[in-house]
Write a protein that binds this ligand. Structure first.
Ligand code: KIV
Ligand code: ZN
Length: 513
């Protein structure tokens, strides 16, 4: 029987730390449910002590997820650890992940603590956590740039205090695969009680090597847990990508010889859900989940694939969940069929009111678009008009006029709380005019730092346009996503969605601040 490799997904914690990727409690729960369907071993649901919102999100995931272990991050202090334990109390399988920086640079400049103080605090934190939970992970932050002698002392001590997983983060993405693998092998070889814990890798992608480093940590270092995120989401250049690591271990089982619990057929659905929720678009040539990952454009390749698939294919598209776009519903589909399709897609809307709102949006879409795909339904439930009762700004209608040689004009009607606004503007194009019209009333002063449009389903101009708008204001960055067959309407929705996020108060402590 081969060893098992534990997949620890941190999309909802480290991934969410990416500027603009913050998610609501409902969005996080929806993604957690998809991660459970993907059968990840551990879901890091958030950092419970960082804000009330994060606490509620971790709690709600702990209350609903039954199959995967649910984990919360906590700094190495009693308050953070107690908050994590409190949020996790209903999880059938819970883990507390506590961390403290151990590199000379971080201890001196960030923590302003001596190595002895860090050593003591790490021990006390794990001892305290172990009294609250049987499954404790410890991370020496910036572990890869830490002095190995000091790291060995800390790690040996926290295992003695009851840590069950030791994670070695390459916090700044500085590692090189072979060196990182050897670093872990060396630690494991030197620590007398190393076999009392599972060793884990956590790599950031600053030099584009997060997946390679993680795999080297497994192969050379003997780690048996990989920390990763869907689509490699994460701060700066992101984290190790779950889909790449999983498919590397599965496709090259001959080399790694490891078992995985993952249901790989759920990978593409997870990728789409994360991308649609956060507005972080997946590049077309991204391995495994990019739109071109299995497209054989050149005539030679197509010919080869038609004659024998494995001439140019090392994985099967269907094994990671790429199915031909399916027409799932149409204009004549009723509320029950719609509700059932939502269930099949694993979407659980909170109230009958939300189902009704989603169904109304579906009918509206079906009137304008003859074929409704799963992707359309996912976009539709991500649409904020479905959860409108909780949203401040909401699009009511939009009219725009553009003509060659004329300056485009837009008139937008939207509500802000109970007040209805009608705003008009001209602009360089209809999108510019619409966003300027909204801004003329809202006066957010936010800077537009990203605008992108994508077709939700490929192959037809009938597809819905999915627009991402990223706004920056007062040190905060938020993404808004909007979908509609009319890309000007999608743009206005995306802009209002981003304004809603800016409007929602958010006080949060940074995990690595
Ligand atoms: O990158 C890092 O060091 C982290 C820790 C908090 C585990 O995310
Ligand atoms: Zn990290």
């Amino acid at each position: 029987m081969a060893d098992r490799l534990i997949i620890f997904d941190t999309t909802l914690r480290d991934g969410e730390q990416s500027p603009g990727a913050s998610m609501t409690r409902e969005e996080k729960l929806r993604i957690a449910r998809q991660l459970e369907r993907l059968r990840v071993d551990v879901i890091e649901a958030g950092f419970a002590a960082s804000s009330n919102g994060d606490f509620e999100a971790v709690k709600s995931i702990a209350d609903h997820i039954k199959e995967s272990t649910v984990c919360s991050l906590a700094r190495a202090n009693d308050r953070d650890i107690s908050r994590a334990a409190e949020a996790l109390k209903n999880a059938p399988r819970a883990r507390i992940h506590t961390f403290i920086a151990t590199s000379a640079l971080h201890m001196e400049k960030k923590l302003r603590m001596s190595p002895e103080q860090v050593f003591e605090q790490a021990k006390l934190a794990v001892r305290f956590a172990r009294n609250l939970c049987g499954d404790i992970e410890f991370s020496p932050e910036d572990g890869y740039r830490s002095d190995p002698d000091f790291l060995c002392r800390v790690l040996e001590a926290v295992i003695n205090e009851g840590a069950t997983t030791l994670n070695i983060p390459d916090t700044v993405g500085y590692a090189i695969p072979e060196l990182y693998g050897e670093f872990i092998r060396n630690l494991r070889g030197r620590i007398p009680n190393a076999d009392k814990a599972v060793w884990s890798v956590h790599c950031h992608n600053d030099l584009g090597m997060a997946v390679a480093n993680s795999l080297a940590g497994v192969k050379i270092g003997g780690a048996r847990q990989v920390e990763c995120t869907i689509n490699g989401l994460g701060e700066r250049a992101g984290n190790c990508s779950l889909e790449e690591v999983v498919m590397a271990v599965k496709t090259r089982r001959d080399y790694f010889g490891l078992e995985l619990g993952i249901d790989t057929s759920q990978i593409v659905a997870a990728s789409r859900m994360v991308s649609q929720t956060t507005g972080f678009v997946v590049q077309p040539n991204k391995a495994v989940v990019g739109a071109n990952a299995f497209a054989h454009a050149s005539g030679i390749h197509q010919d080869g694939v038609l004659k024998a698939r494995d001439t140019y294919e090392i994985m099967r598209a269907e094994d990671v969940g790429w199915t031909a776009n399916k027409i799932v519903l149409g204009k004549l589909s009723g509320r029950n069929a719609f509700k059932q399709r939502l269930q099949e897609l694993g979407i659980e809307l909170e109230s009958e009111g939300e189902i009704n709102a989603a169904f109304a949006r579906f009918k509206d879409l079906a009137d304008r678009k003859s074929e409704i795909f799963d992707e359309d339904i996912l976009a539709l439930v991500s649409d904020e008009s479905v959860t409108a009762e909780r949203e401040h700004y909401r699009l009511l209608s939009l009219a725009q006029h553009s003509e060659t040689g004329e300056r485009p004009q837009a008139a937008v009607v939207f509500s802000a709380g109970d007040i209805e606004y009608r705003a008009e503007s001209d602009g360089n194009g209809p999108v510019d005019a619409s966003l300027k019209a909204i801004e003329s009333k809202v006066q957010s002063g936010a800077e537009l730092v990203l605008y992108s449009v994508n077709a939700i389903t490929s192959g037809s101009t009938e597809s819905q346009g999915e627009v991402t708008v990223r706004l920056q204001h007062g040190g905060r960055v938020v993404n808004g996503v909007g979908a509609d067959p009319d890309i000007v309407v999608a743009s206005a929705k995306a802009y209002l969605a981003a304004l809603n996020k800016l409007h929602a108060k958010q006080e949060r402590v940074a995990a690595q601040g």
